[in-house]
Design a protein around this ligand. Structure first.
Ligand code: KG4
Ligand code: ZN
Length: 337
């Protein structure tokens, strides 16, 4: 009965979780630094690192306590080794290595995006391999063909801003707080459709790559042309969100058709977006396919997805080595074995 402790610290959330091969997730805890970074309008890397130093170990204690698990009952520790902010990554890597050394157990580096990609497998009705994955976060917009654990083919990537980044930057233009994605989505609820029409970038040509920086510029120009009332802003937020959602939907449909796939997995912070979830549900139903999402709290960064990725690799025979790994940049397909 394998038990893995997962530690996430790639950006502004400290996440810890304990997973059991048979019983599933035993406990998980998260500390979000959002409030601290909000006054600067974005993540301040040095503050993030310092906060992980303060919060991670107490979170480990809390999770072990809640799970009623002693260190002797844990088989390995998985930590996020990248991609992410190097200082933040180093804090998690050093904690994992230190605990692994003192408890005498293996320590496994995990790729953050692989964690996101596997997150829907924490749910009741988990997706089976193979599937197409849409990874939409603050740093990534990727379509990946997933044949199995560690078998990832990158089909499409962002040429400029990641979709979460486009949400955050457009939210800032609309005068909303950080992180902008959820705030913009909330404002869009008050919006009336049909007033503005944003482009659907790169949908009129073949291929699966994305470009979202133009939408942000389009938003800026649209804002300049209105008075700036709350209703104006809500209408712009809605038009922006609709353009992003439809663009992602078109690319996912194209990927499913092109590869004859019947399963779509959507993960990363932006997969929490309700309009995106319902548009993809409608699309897969028409295509005779299925879509899988993480539960809301596991769309954004968390320790549970890292513990799960660690468990899957441990069951595959991975035992790690003595290296301390922190890779700010780390292409997902480098994981392929
Ligand atoms: O996966 P994540 O927590 O961190 C990264 O790995 O980047 O994703 C964070 C991103 C942010 O850009 C945030 O604005 C966006 O996900 N996000 C959303 C929503 N919730 C989070 N974007 C749109 N709608 C949402 N409901
Ligand atoms: Zn993430």
């Amino acid at each position: 009965m394998t038990r893995i402790l997962g530690i996430e610290s790639s950006c502004d959330e400290s996440g810890v979780a304990l997973i059991d091969e048979k019983r599933g997730l035993l406990a998980h805890a998260l500390f979000s630094q959002v409030a601290e970074h909000a006054e600067y309008g974005g993540v301040v890397p040095e503050l993030a690192s310092r906060d992980h130093v303060r919060k991670l170990l107490p979170l480990v204690d809390q999770v072990l306590d809640e799970a009623g698990t002693k260190p002797e009952e844990i088989d390995a520790i998985a930590y996020t080794a990248g991609p992410g902010l190097v200082g933040a990554l180093l804090v998690g890597a050093m904690l994992a290595r230190g605990l692994g050394w003192s408890w005498g157990i293996p320590v496994l580096p995990v790729h953050h995006m692989e964690g996101h990609l596997l997150a829907p497998m924490l749910e009741e009705d988990p997706p089976e391999f193979p599937f197409i994955a849409l990874l939409v976060s603050g740093g990534h917009t990727q379509l990946v063909r997933v044949e199995g654990l560690g078998d990832y083919e990158l089909l499409g990537d962002s040429l400029d801003d990641a979709v979460g980044e486009a949400f955050d930057k457009t939210a800032k233009l609309l005068g909303l707080g950080y992180p902008g994605g959820p705030e913009l989505a909330k404002l869009a609820e008050q919006g009336e459709g049909g007033r503005f029409s944003f482009p659907r970038p790169m949908t009129d040509r073949p291929g699966l790559d994305f470009s979202f920086s133009g939408l942000k510029t389009f938003a800026l120009n649209t804002i300049k042309g209105v008075e700036g009332s709350m209703q104006d802003k809500a209408d712009i937020a809605l038009a922006f969100e609709q353009a992003v959602v439809e663009t992602l939907m078109i690319k996912c449909r194209r990927a499913l058709r092109e590869y004859g796939a019947t399963r779509l997995v959507v993960a990363g912070g932006v997969s929490a977006n309700r309009h995106l979830r319902s548009a993809l549900q409608t699309m897969v139903r028409k295509e005779g396919a299925q879509v899988f999402f993480p539960r809301m709290e596991f769309c954004t960064d968390n320790g549970a997805m890292i513990a799960l990725a660690g468990l899957r690799h441990y069951k595959n025979g991975a035992r790690g080595d003595a290296a301390l790994i922190a890779r700010p940049r780390w292409p997902l397909n480098e994981l392929n074995t």
